[in-house]
Write a protein that binds this ligand. Structure first.
Ligand code: FAD
Length: 188
């Protein structure tokens, strides 16, 4: 099995919506899918989203990286995909991250300022800048707890149904007990 790493830049095709729990909802969905899929084949890496642009870094088995990248390339949620790095890798450099997410952070603002860049446009990054971005993702501790909007909504709805049912059951049991005590009391 040979390892490889890959980085690309792209432009989001969706209009950014207000962040929910710190993450743009479309990006949250992408992350949920990525984490589910990447976790299964031990793909690791990170995703940066800002100024409507993506920068993603992936490393893992060559076959898995290339298969995933093919799916990503045909995704209509982004366009103008530019491959920045695609090369063999001797050993993994990320641990335990199926897809680390880095939101617009002060680290990245510092990075942009240092390189005299007015906005986040990863398609134009030099290889040194790519490596710096990867290092930022690697060292970032700013990962957010994500929710799957679709699945979570269903889960919440189910929990609500469950707790309403439980509450009604408890009320019915209490009424039955009061009634039984009343009948027992009147019989004495
Ligand atoms: P499915 O179960 O087919 O779909 C998963 C979810 O994504 C569903 O909720 C579906 O409705 C939604 N979805 C899929 N395509 C679209 C679309 N075009 N528009 C709106 N919603 C859509 N996938 C990975 O596996 N690993 C990654 O690291 C990864 N990174 C990504 C980075 C970016 C910037 C983008 C845009 C996508 C990325 N994806 C990644 C998603 C990838 O493009 C495929 O959508 C996904 O791999 C399909 O996997 P699936 O068949 O298991 O998902």
């Amino acid at each position: 099995m040979s390892l490889m790493r890959l980085a690309y830049a792209s432009e989001a095709t969706f209009e950014a919506k207000p962040a929910e729990k710190g993450v743009e909802p479309n990006v949250a969905r992408i992350l949920m899918t990525s984490r589910r899929n990447n976790g299964k084949c031990l793909l690791v890496g990170g995703l940066y989203y800002g100024d409507n642009r993506f920068f993603q870094y992936l490393e893992g088995d060559e076959k898995d990286v290339l298969e995933t990248y093919r799916r990503i390339q045909s995704d209509s949620r982004h366009k103008n995909i530019v491959t920045l790095i695609e090369e063999p890798l001797e050993a993994r450099t990320f641990e335990n991250w199926s897809m680390k997410y880095v939101p617009l952070s002060s680290d990245v603002h510092r990075f942009l300022k240092k390189h005299g860049l007015s906005r986040f446009d990863p398609a134009s990054f030099s290889s040194t800048q790519c490596e710096e971005m990867i290092q930022l993702i690697r060292s970032s501790s700013q990962d957010l707890k994500l929710v799957n909007h679709d699945e979570d909504g269903t889960f919440e709805a189910k929990s609500q149904v469950l707790s309403t049912g439980l509450r009604n059951g408890l009320i019915a049991a209490a009424l039955f007990l009061v009634g039984a005590l009343f009948v027992a009391g009147s019989m004495l």
